[in-house]
Design a protein around this ligand. Structure first.
Ligand code: SF4
Length: 213
């Protein structure tokens, strides 16, 4: 895909949604870190249901550490992989208390060293809590980037590298959310809604599906 087309896609996504937001509920970097950690292989809706009850009770590293693994499980047991997630969230909370004064570090290396926090989670926190121009590649962004040929790659790291290279600076902070939302609601995995797609004329996918409903 050439750069004029890429720019046209980004402009259209921006015009359609000038201030895109995550669909996870949070009100602090720590709440976001917990929500993103819980969201692995789970829907944002299911995470929000759990954190809507959890955060009023415990929304700081000290409070989650005090809750303990068993206490945390009670709040998150409707989410997939909750056993491991509870262990990781309590462990990372203790580290934040002991080593970071109870704050979420605005630092990739420090974030990625926390239990259960990989590159994708660190990218989301740096981008969404701190406004860094990082681009976390999840299943939706990977699919949209490849289908459209906007930023094709064989694995998530290749797609991330390509996106960082081809997305102009003015779009970098928001492109993560535009592509996720596009993948979640329009360019869906099993049956993309090409008939009502905002960028249908610019997308280079060879197997577009019409009508979409
Ligand atoms: S035209 Fe279809 S394949 Fe291309 S981005 Fe839109 S929904 Fe996805």
């Amino acid at each position: 895909m050439n750069k004029d087309k890429r720019r046209a896609i980004l402009e259209r996504l921006r015009d359609n949604n000038p201030h895109p937001q995550t669909e996870l509920n949070y009100s602090s970097p720590f709440e976001l870190l917990v929500a993103v950690t819980l969201s692995a292989q789970a829907t944002d809706v299911s995470v929000n249901k759990a954190t809507d009850k959890l955060f009023p009770v415990a929304n700081t590293p000290q409070a989650i550490a005090d809750l303990g693994v068993d206490g945390l499980k009670e709040y998150i047991k409707t989410i997939g992989l909750y056993n491991n997630k509870a262990i990781n969230v309590v462990a990372l909370s203790k580290i934040l208390v002991e080593q970071y004064n109870g704050e979420v570090p605005e630092n990739r290396e420090a974030l990625e060293s926390l239990p259960g926090v990989g590159r994708k989670t660190a990218n989301v926190v740096l981008n969404t809590a701190f406004g860094w121009p990082t681009i976390a590649v999840d299943t939706h962004i990977f699919r949209v980037s490849n289908r459209t040929r906007f930023a094709p790659g064989k694995n998530v790291q290749e797609v991330e590298d390509k996106l960082l290279k081809v997305v102009p600076a003015e779009f970098k902070v928001d492109v993560h959310h535009w592509l996720i939302l596009h993948g979640r609601y329009t360019c869906i995995a099993r049956k993309p809604r090409c008939g009502s797609c905002l960028i249908e004329d610019l997308c280079e996918f060879k197997e577009k599906i019409y009508p979409d409903d």
